[in-house]
Write a protein that binds this ligand. Structure first.
Ligand SMILES: [Zn+2]
Length: 396
């Protein structure tokens, strides 16, 4: 089946905004991007994008499909059976797709239950986003994530924990460099793994061709992860000049996850654990300062939300674009590149993230022009259509 998308603007994911162009989709892939007159007399199906913009589907590099954005996601999870958690994760994945997100990276699940969801969506058995998943987060005894993660101490055990994730079928390694918000009794500012433990875990992941993502909030932990060769710093709250310099020199990605902190503070009187509220209020100013500093220095950013954390709902992931523009001062065009091409680059999805011939037909059609008004891409009410591998996943 061939479908021609034409009439409106085309944002290609690299920063180009094309006028008077058509995008021809054949089956699951983009077959042609060309000036409209080339399609004169085209007799197949058409989708009229007049008054809107065709974008690559958005890419969210940080979600937790097993968590549902409840006030206390951990408490909501422990009462469920594994089978229920798996069904919930599938529903979360499908809701995410309908929200315009055609690829996600799960940065920590529960006992590999999310791998079944990943495999069902990636194989086409279920309609869902393309999923890459880390399996269990690797953390130190008592460290951030220890309630669900793989606890490992010392270089040998960290290496073994990485091997376990690889053996279980993980696509990436998630390793915790610092404390965090959602675990009681730990501080975001504190480094957790030592530089040696981080470097050993990361190099073991790389040895098996896995990218490595590190939850890293405090400065010392960020540096331990970056100098150990990490591919992405998640959250990056207390960045120093030294952190920014090391990351930009090495090309390390930052995945800011503004939605996580923002939603906890916005709903602080609605059942969110007090320790999480207190920590978010303590770190929010530094978080925004850090992202602004990194963006100004020309650092590589990829979109991520931490969807699944309190009131950070799957399906509303695109709101992160609004936060990046409004809070962090990122230009709408850069924000769209960050949320399409850059996310696909970090996730090693060579066939996604841009609109070009031969790429998968993962598309989002929005009202208006999101390069001048980011709300067109950020708010689901402005989304007209979501297409996954050529199949319409949502149409308004
Ligand atoms: Zn997370």
């Amino acid at each position: 089946m061939t479908t021609l998308y034409a009439g409106g603007l085309v944002f290609d994911g690299t920063g180009q905004l094309l006028e008077n162009h058509g995008v021809l989709v054949e089956g699951a892939a983009i077959a042609r991007v060309a000036p409209l007159d080339e399609f004169d007399g085209f007799a197949g199906d058409r989708v009229d994008t007049t008054g809107g913009t065709l974008l690559p589907g958005l890419v969210d590099c940080h979600v937790h499909l097993c968590h549902g954005g409840e006030a206390n996601p951990h408490a909501a999870m422990v009462v469920l059976r594994d089978s229920q958690i798996t069904m919930k994760a599938l529903a979360n994945a499908q809701t995410t797709l309908r929200g315009g997100i055609t690829s996600v990276r799960d940065c920590g699940g529960k006992d590999y239950l999310e791998f079944a969801v990943r495999d069902a969506c990636n194989s086409g058995q279920q309609l869902g986003p393309t999923i890459r998943a880390s399996g269990r987060m690797i953390c130190m005894t008592g460290g951030h994530g220890n309630r669900l993660g793989r606890v490992a101490d010392g270089v040998d055990e960290v290496v073994k924990a990485v091997r376990e994730q690889v053996h279980a079928g993980s696509d990436l390694i998630k390793i915790m460099a610092t404390g965090g918000v959602m675990t009681p009794g730990v501080n975001p500012e504190d480094a957790h793994y030592t530089a040696e433990e981080m470097a050993a875990g990361i190099s073991e992941g790389h040895r098996f061709h896995k990218t490595c993502a590190s939850h890293a909030q405090g400065s010392e932990g960020i540096l331990n992860a970056v100098r150990g060769g990490i591919d992405s710093i998640e959250h990056g709250i207390f960045m120093t000049d030294e952190c920014v310099e090391e990351m930009t020199r090495r090309g390390t990605y930052l995945v800011p996850t503004l939605a996580a902190v923002k939603n906890i503070i916005a709903h602080k009187d609605q059942g969110v654990p007090a320790y999480a509220v207190e920590k978010c209020e303590r770190i929010v100013v530094d978080h925004i300062r850090s992202i602004r500093m990194f963006y100004a220095a020309g650092g590589k950013i990829a979109m991520g939300t931490d969807a699944g954390t309190p009131y950070n709902r799957h399906g509303l992931n695109a709101m992160e674009l609004q936060y990046m523009v409004e809070e962090a001062g990122i230009s709408p065009t850069d924000c769209l590149i960050i949320s399409t091409r850059n996310g696909a680059d970090l996730m090693r999805l060579d066939d996604r993230g841009t609109i070009a011939e031969g790429k998968a037909a993962d598309l989002l059609i929005v009202d208006g022009n999101p390069t001048t008004d980011i709300a067109m891409a950020a708010m689901a009410e402005n989304h007209r259509m979501v297409v996954k591998n050529g199949v319409v996943a949502k149409a308004r």
